[in-house]
Design a protein around this ligand. Structure first.
Ligand code: 5GP
Ligand code: ZN
Length: 112
């Protein structure tokens, strides 16, 4: 499949790995928007949050289980933000579900 993040998970495209287990891969965003900007993705191909269902939600649950571990390892004791962009209005550019973990500075109050 011609999917950038599937290729990164497979190791066909290099990435700066932050965390990995059987369901989840996390790596540093190539264009960081904050001192810490990690992308956390399921190892199964889901195009976006719109494809999450009871059949695959264990992947999303695992992502949210590991977010506190990654945040702690990255030193985000003062807090952080988790974002997923979905579809055209959400400005999603890579069509493999991913969660942005942003922190390491005071983030903006604006959500859009
Ligand atoms: P989106 O806009 O889809 O929510 O986020 C996609 C993110 O993937 C962007 O923040 C972008 O910087 C990041 N990105 C795009 N291509 C690559 C890549 O080849 N490697 C890494 N590490 N990040 C990428
Ligand atoms: Zn994919």
């Amino acid at each position: 499949m011609d999917c950038l993040f599937c290729k990164i998970i497979a190791g066909d495209i290099p990435s700066a790995k932050v965390y990995e287990d059987d369901k989840v891969y996390a790596f540093r965003d190539i264009n960081p928007m904050a001192p810490v900007h990690v992308l956390i993705v399921p190892k199964c191909h889901l195009a976006s949050a719109d494809e999450v269902s009871a059949d695959n939600s264990a992947y999303v649950a695992r992502i949210f289980e590991v977010i506190p571990e990654i945040a702690k390892a990255e030193g985000l004791a003062n807090g952080y933000r988790v974002i997923t962009n979905c579809g055209e209005h959400g400005c999603q550019s890579v069509k493999h579900l991913h969660f942005h973990l942003l922190g390491g500075k005071q983030l903006s109050e604006e959500m859009d």
